[in-house]
Design a protein around this ligand. Sequence first.
Ligand code: MN
Length: 136
Amino acid sequence: MSNPVNNAQTTAGTKRGPAEYFTGTAWVTMLVGENPTNCTVGDVTFEPGARNNWHSHPAGQLLVVTAGRGYYQEKGQPARLLRAGDAVSIAPGVVHWHGAAPDSLFTHLAINPNVGQGVADWLAPVTDEEYRAAQK
Ligand code: MN
């Protein structure tokens, strides 16, 4: 079947998540790039154990989990275990990370509204100690 979003806003191709913002390997496919709604949608797959750095989003973010198991954690809060069908609403400026469980792939849609305000402000990597604590 051909891509159902076959228009100028589609950004074809899967790219590796930049090493400076990820621990381990993640794959990012932009499903809906910049467009008149100012909201973009990307598909992100984390290999087992992979996660992104601590970060925040100037205009917030929505995550919709489509496969596997992983974690979402806000600074100072316990991590949440996420499975396919789970969704997370992230308020603007809230520091957090997301990534796979140690023994599972983890795939989510990342919906970024108002990208004109910026997409993400990146901070330090999630340490192995922080990552282990998320599994408790
Ligand atoms: Mn995020």
